[in-house]
Design a protein around this ligand. Structure first.
Ligand code: SAM
Length: 257
């Protein structure tokens, strides 16, 4: 199957119905310095933002990170299962909608955040047009996406072994690590004020951890037996060494309308 043959809307709908909350389960345990990727993203949003839209909110981790006095954080996602979990964990408001058709008036949002949404909702151009439409002048877009660097030689060795077992790399429907995003921002008259990368570490210390992290990857072209093989590789390393760290590099882009 070529990449073009993947039915992403169907794959994503099933993935997030069957595994609601799994992305949060992994990223809330991914640590870099004193923080998680969610905390890093939340730090990009300043105090004056009183109406914040968290796009592709999943089970709602960003709403909890962004909550503050006088601020409304609207979590929007297309998956009913993710939103149900979000509603069990936080007050919302939660909105089920397609990111390509945002149910908001022009210029009504102070800040849009998205953890991984910009590499999942496609086409990116149409998504950007919607984000720019709903942001007020001076409003902020802050997004994080999985990246391919920075990685140390040790990180690369671990990931290469996992990918060899999977016989594949995790995939996203959108551009790998938001490639070409500088041009996209320019095309939509957004001023880039930050473009940074950080490494996060997820520690696998048990078979359950190995199952969790491997099950959180988008692998639309990979048989489950390959995933099991990668889980066994990690379990074997845990038995020999006590634990194994998987590095998750992230890119954060912040722009102003
Ligand atoms: C990788 S998950 C990220 C979830 C959450 N932001 C996090 O980081 O934990 C991607 C999310 O995008 C949502 N999604 C996919 N297509 C969408 C669309 N067209 N509109 C809105 N949400 C969408 C999925 O349901 C899923 O919750």
């Amino acid at each position: 199957m070529s990449d073009d043959d993947i039915d992403w809307p169907e794959y994503l709908a099933k993935f997030h119905r069957d595994r609601a909350g799994i992305v949060e389960s992994v990223l809330s345990r991914a640590v870099g310095g004193d923080h998680t990727p969610y905390r890093w993203l939340a730090r990009a949003v300043g105090g004056p933002a009183t109406t914040v839209l968290d796009l592709a909110c999943g089970s709602g981790p960003m709403s909890r990170q962004l909550a503050g006095p006088g601020r409304t954080v609207i979590g929007l996602d297309i998956s009913a299962a993710e939103l149900q979990l979000a509603a069990e964990r936080g007050p919302g408001p939660w909105l089920r909608a397609d990111g390509l058709r945002l149910p908001f008036r022009d210029g009504s949002i102070d800040a849009v955040t998205s953890s991984i949404g910009l590499v999942v909702i496609t086409p990116l151009d149409a998504l950007m047009a919607e984000i720019v439409r709903v942001l007020r002048p001076g409003g902020v877009l802050a997004a994080i996406a999985p990246a391919i660097r920075p990685l140390s030689p040790t990180d690369l060795r671990v990931l290469a072994r996992i990918n060899a077992r999977l016989r594949a790399k995790p995939q996203f429907p959108g551009p790998v690590e938001l490639a070409g995003f500088k041009k996209t921002l320019k095309a939509y008259d957004l001023r880039r004020v930050e473009d940074a990368r950080e490494r996060y570490r997820f520690t696998v210390a048990s078979r359950a951890d190995a199952e969790l992290v491997m099950s959180a990857l988008y692998l639309p072209q990979t048989r489950w037996s390959r995933v099991e093989s990668a889980i066994e590789l990690l379990q074997d390393r845990v038995e020999r060494k006590g634990s194994v760290d998987i590095t998750i590099p992230m890119r954060r882009v912040v722009a102003i309308k």
